[in-house]
Design a protein around this ligand. Structure first.
Ligand code: ZN
Length: 500
């Protein structure tokens, strides 16, 4: 068995190396590559991706996993070897159950759909993308059907990003959340909208970047094992546990943009940097799901980075950096500005209270499309209808309606959005547990100290990598299932204090 396991690990390490090399090419493409490199870069990444996929779906991997099954069963569930074999088995099934010809056709289609969308969005032309979206929906159903035995057709697609989560349980969790959010938002909307003009003075780029990097260094993001560069759409990427990078985007007329994206991506990166180093090179050495990953970015961005104790400590430093812009703005006014709640049309600009309403609209529409109760041609109308009923807003066009997010135009329909809200729910659930274990955390944050919180997250979440699914992790950490209680409690406390 020892020999078989070593052979498996050796093969997985090679696949990991191919994927890491591809990730580095992708990072370079989004940061420093000159435009002339684009055509060859696309081909190079496709080649590496194909090699990695071929190596991973090699029947020999299946044979090794079969041979190791009894050995895995003899081990404790949470042992490294059992977890490695279990996780690899699930990934192997996902990779081999969809015929390669179907995946190849889908990738070719989705890159064409993406190209059309990049033009259709600025031109506000849904009819241009509609035929592509029809095909995407068809592909999404066919991919789901490669995993027979599901309760809901969206389940296999949700499983790709949030393993173990089901359409039905997410639907009821979201319904519960909506029931709490709508009255909260209605109450907030009776109050005057805070003035956030202080965030929109001129803030020089170098100073903005220096301030953000100072904070994430104090958070515990390790620059010996990471770096930050500029890009169009901020992201985190990893080439090994010793090299976890983040990117940001600076707007000199919006102080929040670079700062909060830096805190967000650093949250993702600290999760990856905190994974046990001896899991390096295995499928366990990565965050476990879209939702859990997002819980870590939201925790550092919002629960810490938009909290009052945090700014009690950092606001005087920010004022010193930007005396002309903020010298006469009080802490209360600044805190209100960065936590302004306002109904808006664009998901990525949304505040903590309205954000989840945007996600739920997309999640419900995905289910309707997959179920066949909504047709692509009726999607823009359905979108506008939901924005009217859920947020009380009428988008002037489809550009700021159904065309706004890349997800359906560059990937499958199904499973693309729920992770954002699951992440928000889990961020408060985990933070609550950290506070229960260490009630001094808010006082420490007010001193610019994050070691206790960071240490708790490392011990309870980061170190495990992908050993446990999101549901298993929640159960281990909280002793119960995923619930919205702590998240709603957090939102109510914060925004009732802010808005009376
Ligand atoms: Zn994120």
């Amino acid at each position: 068995m020892e020999k078989e396991l070593q052979t498996l690990k050796q093969r997985l390490l090679e696949i990991n190396d191919l994927n890491s090399a591809s990730a580095l090419l992708s990072w370079d493409q989004s940061t420093y590559m000159p435009p002339g490199g684009a055509a060859a870069r696309g081909r190079q990444m496709a080649t590496l991706g194909r090699l990695a996929h071929e190596k991973f779906t090699d029947p020999e991997i299946g044979r090794l996993l079969d041979t190791l099954a009894t050995y895995a069963d003899s081990l404790p569930y949470d042992s490294d070897d059992a977890s490695l074999i279990r996780t690899t088995r699930k990934e192997y099934e996902k990779a081999t159950q969809v015929p390669p010809s179907l995946m190849a056709a889908f990738y070719a289609h989705s890159s064409a759909a993406y190209q059309v969308w990049t033009k259709a969005r600025p031109e506000n032309d849904f009819t241009a993308v509609a035929p592509y979206l029809e095909k995407t929906l068809d592909y999404s159903r066919r991919i789901a059907d490669c995993f027979p035995g599901y309760d809901h057709i969206a389940d296999p697609l949700i499983d790709f990003s949030d393993e173990g989560m089901k359409a039905e349980s997410i639907r009821s969790l979201f319904a519960e959340l909506r029931q709490e959010l709508v009255p909260l938002l209605d109450n907030i909307s009776t109050q005057p909208i805070p003035d956030d003009s202080c965030l929109h003075h001129h803030y020089p780029e170098a100073e903005q970047l220096a301030f953000g990097e100072m904070i994430i260094r104090q958070y515990g993001y390790d620059f010996e094992r990471g770096r930050q560069d500029k890009t169009h759409h901020p992201f985190m990427t990893k080439f090994s546990l010793g090299d976890v990078r983040i990117t940001t985007r600076v707007n000199e007329n919006d102080l929040g943009e670079a700062l909060f994206s830096t805190l967000h991506e650093a949250g993702h990166a600290m999760y990856e940097q905190g994974i046990r180093r001896d899991l390096e090179g295995t499928p366990l050495a990565g965050g476990t799901s879209a939702g859990v990953h997002e819980s870590q970015s939201r925790l550092w961005e919002n629960l810490v980075g938009r909290s009052r104790p945090f700014w009690q400590h950092y606001y005087p430093q920010l004022q010193t950096r930007f005396p002309d812009q903020l010298g006469r703005v009080s802490l209360d006014a600044f805190y209100g500005a960065i936590n302004k709640v306002q109904r808006s049309l664009i998901r990525t600009d949304a505040d903590e209270v309205t954000y989840n309403l945007h996600v739920m609209i997309r999640f419900d529409l995905e289910l309707d499309l997959l179920e066949g109760s909504l047709a692509i041609k009726d999607l823009p109308e359905a979108w506008h209808g939901r924005y009217q009923s859920d947020l009380g807003l009428q988008a002037p066009d489809d550009r700021d309606g159904v065309l706004q997010d890349v997800h359906w135009y560059g990937g499958i329909i199904g499973g693309s959005f729920q992770g954002y809200t699951l992440g928000n729910i889990m961020s408060a659930l985990f933070y609550d547990q950290a506070l229960a274990a260490h009630p001094t955390i808010p006082a420490e944050i007010a001193q610019g100290q994050f070691d206790t919180l960071h240490g708790w997250l490392r011990d309870n979440i980061y170190q495990h990598g992908s050993k446990f699914t999101a549901n298993e992790l929640v159960e281990r950490v909280t002793g119960g299932p995923l619930t919205i209680g702590p998240y709603i409690g957090y939102l109510k406390q914060k925004f009732e204090e802010l808005y009376g």
